[in-house]
Design a protein around this ligand. Structure first.
Ligand code: PEP
Ligand code: MN
Length: 339
């Protein structure tokens, strides 16, 4: 249910309504608007008619049901786009265009520092790098784990770039949170609800990647798991879905951008690297994504793709990344975004 407060409702009235929502067994989530506040009351769907009684409380304008199955992620609860800090003062959402870049996996101090300096010089504002790698084969490189996280922290110190890195196992949430600015949930973990709930209790932005066979509705329901625990800083990432096509690693669902923009206030980022699987296709998908209205990109960059421990074929060389960024500025400006 959405409890819409009156324009002049004061703090005490808001506090009373929140208290009553809790007494009825629901969780209140206040969304502060420019002219009025609204409270999303979420919890067990079965007893929602009791929430209707809040209508008689002082300061309450109306109580309306949320029609979508996802609640806090919906535009019904929060019509204006979410904008928030993702580390080091970098903002995502609204007119900001955030470019996250770096290698698929952290491999060595030299590799991560060289890449971090190069992507920063080209205009990226977040460094990506995997320390825990969810590989299709158990015999593939699984990541440097904590040593990789330490190298990411070193690269942040050297460049000032905030870090986005994946947490694969709920057991490692605390460890990964200690070193990272943004926690990534990989495509394969989109419905690991235990992991999502743990991340919902953190005070850290979460980059949630769409699974390879996840519908938009399922994607938003997974985001809802994080939001319902209290963490509002969820970034949605489209990274390609599985179709019959084999020319690309996955099929980039570019229409997911406007569809998500209609349905949710959460920022949307595109990963053209995992979507296409081929470095030569990455720049054009970056331009298309920005034209479609995304809030950010996450791009794999490696100084020596031919020697990469994972995802070399889809990784741009620093020079190629810099050239892409140059051209991207024009697309960003047409899309009304700051790069
Ligand atoms: C990655 O970002 O390196 C990765 C493994 O991505 P995905 O979960 O989208 O496959
Ligand atoms: Mn990768």
């Amino acid at each position: 249910m959405i409890i819409v407060m009156k324009k002049g409702a004061d703090k005490e009235q808001l506090a009373e309504v929140k208290k009553r929502i809790r007494e009825l067994g629901y969780k209140p989530h206040v969304i502060h608007g420019e002219t009025r506040n609204v409270i999303g009351a979420v919890g067990d769907e079965r007893g929602k008619s009791v929430l209707q009684t809040l209508e008689v409380m002082p300061g309450v304008e109306s109580v309306v049901p949320i029609l979508k199955p996802y609640k806090l992620a919906s535009r019904e609860v929060k019509p204006e786009p979410s904008t928030f800090d993702i580390g080091g003062g970098v903002l995502i959402g609204g007119e900001n265009l955030v470019v996250m870049a770096g290698p698929c996996s952290v491999e060595s101090e030299e590799q991560i520092l060289e890449t971090a300096h190069a992507v920063k010089a080209a205009g990226a504002t977040v460094l990506r790098g995997g320390a825990f790698k969810p590989r299709t084969s158990p015999y593939s490189f699984q990541g440097m784990e904590e040593d990789g996280l330490k190298l990411l922290a070193l690269a942040r110190e050297a460049t000032g770039l905030p870090i986005v890195t994946e947490v694969v196992n709920p057991r490692d949430v605390e460890l990964v949170a200690r070193y990272s600015d943004i926690m990534q949930v990989g495509a394969r973990n989109i419905q690991n609800f235990a992991l999502l709930k743990m991340l919902g209790r953190l005070d850290k932005p979460i980059l949630l990647k769409r699974g390879m066979a996840t519908t938009i509705q399922e994607f938003l329901m997974s985001a809802e798991y994080i939001l319902a625990e209290g963490n509002r800083r969820v970034i949605l990432c489209e990274r390609g879905i599985r179709t019959f096509e084999t020319a690309t690693r996955n099929t980039l669902d570019i229409s997911a951008v406007p569809v998500l923009k209609e349905q949710t206030h959460l920022p949307v980022v595109i990963d053209p690297s995992h979507a296409t699987g081929h470095a030569s296709l990455v720049p054009s998908m970056c331009y298309a994504s920005v034209a479609a209205g995304c809030d950010g990109l996450i791009v794999e960059v490696h100084p020596h793709p031919e020697k990469a421990a994972s995802d070399g074929p889809q990784s741009l060389r620093p020079m190629e990344f810099a050239a892409m960024m140059e051209k991207l500025r024009a697309f960003a400006s047409v899309a009304g975004k700051k790069l």
